[in-house]
Ligand binder design. Structure first.
Ligand code: ADP
Ligand code: MG
Ligand code: ZN
Length: 476
């Protein structure tokens, strides 16, 4: 008998708003412990929450991008439980009436084909604080993260492998980053996933009993926990045992799952509508405003690059790799370059610089406008391609702007009669080379070009020199 693994995900993403979900405290990671807190987010009796409108706008953008149906009316509920990092004794979440239903995540299967993971819902909620268990047997609480705005994206269960489960989270991360809703950085903890795993005999319809692995914070742990947990379940079932619905702990170092507690059911949380917060009303105009502020999607950008701008698909992919790449490419075009030269110089120079310097585009010292100015000088034959590249490199090295370096660069000589004099001088002193070229040794053209460049002390336009050489050698 063979088994099929089924996975359902609950993906938590912290939204990158300035302030927290229900108070004006600054939302930032890495601040001094208990620095960004106030009576509201630390649960003082009588302190009242006020919903952060920017968080709702971001939540709407996420729901649009994931294809959800945004609900005209939604509500916040209290999820009651005790934990030291949750001073209120409840988490504000959306249980009965989430703001977004349905939707889907597109992800690649291991064989490279595209697949769709349907979503159940997305809801808004607040994060809890952090417990820090120190070596000296004490535990400390940092409430900075308390009440940071979260999106919880809940998927339907779908047959998939561990690698594919990680792919689903990766695709979600790409979208959330692309639209600027979340930094979605697993290392910093602002993207986490709960993984629900069950197995069933291949070909059987009803789902097996699932276990839940909470708070996975890397792609490796998502992949491996699915693989290890489904293998464990299969072993139990084949030995005649039963799977208990429970929450299990994932140990990344030993790659094992461990029983943690029986699964809480929703009645355990005594969810009820939060009386401190009014109904959230999202109007069509709100949705349209967010839709119009969304960046071009990767899919529509691909169509524009390939079909409209005639960029080869493989070249387009490197521009599409990150949203800021495409934005920079667009800025180069806006500065007057053709799609073809913007693509060539972006891929050939900008990406190479970023690679060599190990920089993000955000920290790249050159602007699209100054690069365009250099490229235009090349295209107008005032400087050579090599000189253009050199100016960009030099600007990165010494911090002067490319336009400043350009202004101090002597233009190359393209004047026909001046070039002709240099070329003729070289031809006369190398009659043997000319004979060999005429006899078919085309490689020697490079030698002659080099001689002319030398004669001109590097000032001649190499492209024009080649043209003249070719003309003269063929003529006689
Ligand atoms: P909770 O974990 O709060 O009880 P739900 O009952 O809505 O929430 O389910 C949580 C997740 O469990 C969803 O992502 C869902 O797809 C997944 N899930 C439910 N049943 C199964 C199953 N049999 N196998 C794998 N995943 C499942
Ligand atoms: Mg759950
Ligand atoms: Zn606060």
């Amino acid at each position: 008998m063979t088994w099929q693994t089924v996975v359902g995900l609950e993906i938590h993403a912290q939204m990158s708003t300035e302030t927290k979900m229900f108070c004006a405290c600054v939302r930032e990671t890495g601040a001094e412990a208990n620095h960004n807190i106030c009576p509201v987010c630390t649960g003082w009796p009588g302190a009242l929450p006020v919903l952060n409108a920017e968080a709702v706008r971001r939540a709407i953008r996420a729901a649009i991008s994931l294809g959800c149906q945004i609900q005209p009316e939604s509500r916040f509920d209290r999820k009651n439980y005790f934990y030291p990092d949750l001073p209120k004794g409840y988490q504000i979440s959306q249980f009965y009436r989430p703001y977004a239903l349905g939707g889907e995540i597109h992800f690649p299967r291991e064989d490279g084909t595209d697949a769709v993971l349907p979503l159940v819902r997305i809801h808004m909620e607040e994060d809890a604080g952090k417990s820090i268990h120190a070596d000296d047997q004490t535990s400390r609480i940092d409430l900075n993260r308390c009440s940071s705005p979260l999106l919880e994206i809940v998927t339907e269960p779908l047959p998939m492998s561990g690698v594919e489960a990680a792919n689903c989270v990766r695709s979600t991360r790409e979208i959330l980053r692309w639209i600027g809703v979340s930094d979605a950085d697993m290392e910093k903890g602002n993207l986490r996933a709960d993984v629900n795993v069950s197995v069933r005999p291949t070909g059987s319809d009803p789902l097996g009993t699932r276990t839940e692995l909470k708070n996975l914070n890397s792609f490796v742990s998502i992949q491996r926990s699915v693989e290890v947990e489904s293998a464990r379940q299969i072993q139990v079932l084949e030995a005649g045992g039963v799977i208990r619905q429970e929450t299990r702990l994932w140990h990344q170092e030993d790659e094992v799952t461990e029983e943690m507690r029986g699964k809480e059911d929703s009645p355990d949380y005594r969810y009820f509508p939060d009386p401190d917060l009014p109904v959230v009303i999202i109007e069509l105009t709100d949705i349209e405003r967010e839709r119009s502020s969304l960046p071009e999607t990767p899919a529509s950008r691909r169509v524009r690059l390939v079909e409209q701008l005639q960029i080869a698909p493989r070249e387009a992919e490197s521009i599409l790799a990150r949203r800021e790449f495409g934005d920079f490419f667009d800025a180069m075009m806006a500065a007057g370059l053709s799609a073809a030269s913007a693509s060539n110089w972006f891929r050939g120079e900008v990406l190479r610089h970023l690679n060599e310097l190990e920089l993000n585009l955000d920290d790249y010292p050159l602007t699209a406008e100054s690069i365009a100015a250099v490229v235009k000088s090349v295209e107008e034959d005032r400087i050579s391609v090599a000189k253009g590249r050199e100016i960009l490199q030099q600007s990165i090295a010494d911090g002067r702007s490319p336009t400043e370096i350009l202004a101090g660069t002597s233009e190359q000589v393209s004047d026909e009669s001046t070039l002709m004099a240099w070329v003729q001088g070289v031809l006369e002193s190398h009659p043997d080379v000319v004979d060999k070229i005429r006899a078919g040794d085309a490689r020697l053209m490079g030698f002659l070009t080099g001689q002319v460049m030398q004669a001109s002390k590097g000032a001649a336009n190499p492209r024009k020199v080649q043209q003249i050489l070719q003309r003269l050698i063929q003529q006689s």
